[in-house]
Write a protein that binds this ligand. Structure first.
Ligand code: ADE
Ligand code: ZN
Length: 346
């Protein structure tokens, strides 16, 4: 078995995946045509999946959002996203989605939930994949928009909704803006995570931890600019859900082979880094490919890849009893793959 087949077979948790960023160019093309969503410059949709930075990317992401309208559309894109996860060896997925971007086009929150949960059911039936849902607040809609977002999430709350996230353009919208919403969400029993330090400063990672009180940070790369904060994050076991391919477009670290790439430095400093895909077709990747990229560029052993996969499961928002049972099973399964399927290093 090659290293890439080992990586594909290894059970993994996907904790940082956006539904709308997981729509293939082909499905986007079909849905945009079906719903007459105008595309810029008459470009073919496949050529739209290329961008120079985070803001460029988010413009295309919004077009994808505008193309998903009906219960069937939501079910389809959810099933297709989860099918790709299953084929990459994911056993558990926590899926972000962007309600505001559909509300803006007259789609009801209940329509989104109905379609997404139908997609979850089909993926469970077909692949045994367990998925949970994280509505994400778009930071540019501010604190007031965030309160309305949370009202909506709390008013219609199936068991699959396990938490909320904050995403989109982070720099003009620092974490403290959202302290009240985070407090209310946690009081209502929801988990919370925050995109920070992707193209925003280390201070936003610090404020996510110290002011919002969170223990999971999405991306977080700019933590490397503050050595004292890095050390504190290491001691606290702060989870960083990192996405290698995303960094090549939305951050200043555009070369995974570079010795100063943020994810490499975070791992070398002993931070709790987990590996995910963010927006896989939109960044031309899959979950197994992201593991293969870091294995190749950071020269990681199978044992280290196992540790990262289990760190992903440990960081999941699962009941502890389920998590402990899965950790034991995954560990045994991965050890068996390493012992029986991988050639011994010469
Ligand atoms: N939404 C989807 N992907 C994102 C990213 N990388 N950063 C911020 N918001 C996002
Ligand atoms: Zn993200």
């Amino acid at each position: 078995m090659s290293l890439s087949s080992f990586i594909q077979s290894m059970p993994k948790a996907e904790l940082h995946l956006h539904l709308e960023g997981a729509v293939s160019a082909a499905t986007f093309a079909e849905l945009a045509a079906l719903h007459s969503v105008p595309l810029p410059d008459g470009k073919p949709t496949s050529e739209l999946y290329s961008y120079g930075n985070l803001l460029d990317f988010l413009k295309v992401y919004d077009l994808v959002c505008a193309s998903i309208k009906t219960v069937d559309d939501f079910s389809r894109v959810t099933f297709e996203a989860l099918e790709r996860c299953a084929k990459a060896g994911a056993r558990y997925v926590e899926l972000f989605f962007s309600p505001h971007a559909h509300l803006a086009h007259g789609v009801a929150y209940s329509t989104m939930l109905e379609g997404i949960l139908d997609g979850f059911r089909r993926a469970k039936e077909r692949y045994g994949l367990v998925a949970k849902l994280i509505p994400a607040h778009a930071k540019p809609l501010g604190a007031e928009g965030g309160e309305r977002f949370l009202d909506m999430v709390l008013a219609e709350r199936p068991a699959e909704v396990i938490g909320i996230g904050f995403d989109y353009d982070e720099r003009p919208n620092p974490p403290p803006m959202f302290a009240g919403i985070v407090e209310r969400a946690r009081a209502a029993g929801l988990n919370v995570t925050n995109h920070a330090g992707e193209d925003g400063p280390a201070e936003y990672v610090r404020d996510t931890i110290d002011i919002l009180g969170l223990r999971r940070v999405d991306h977080g790369y700019h933590v490397v600019d503050d050595p004292a904060l890095m050390e504190r994050c290491r001691e606290m076991g702060i989870v960083f859900t990192c996405c290698p391919s995303t960094t090549l477009t939305t951050t200043v670290w555009r070369d995974l082979a570079a010795p100063d790439h943020a994810i490499r430095r975070m791992m070398e400093a002993g931070l709790n880094v987990t590996i995910h895909t963010d927006d896989p077709p939109m960044f031309g990747t899959t979950l197994d490919r992201e593991y293969a990229l870091i294995a190749e560029h950071f020269n990681l052993s199978p044992a280290k890849l196992k540790q990262i996969a289990l760190a992903g499961l440990s960081a999941a928002w699962l009941d502890d009893s389920v998590k402990q049972a899965w950790l034991a099973d995954w560990s045994t399964e991965i050890d068996r793959l390493i012992e029986t399927e991988l050639p011994l290093p010469s």
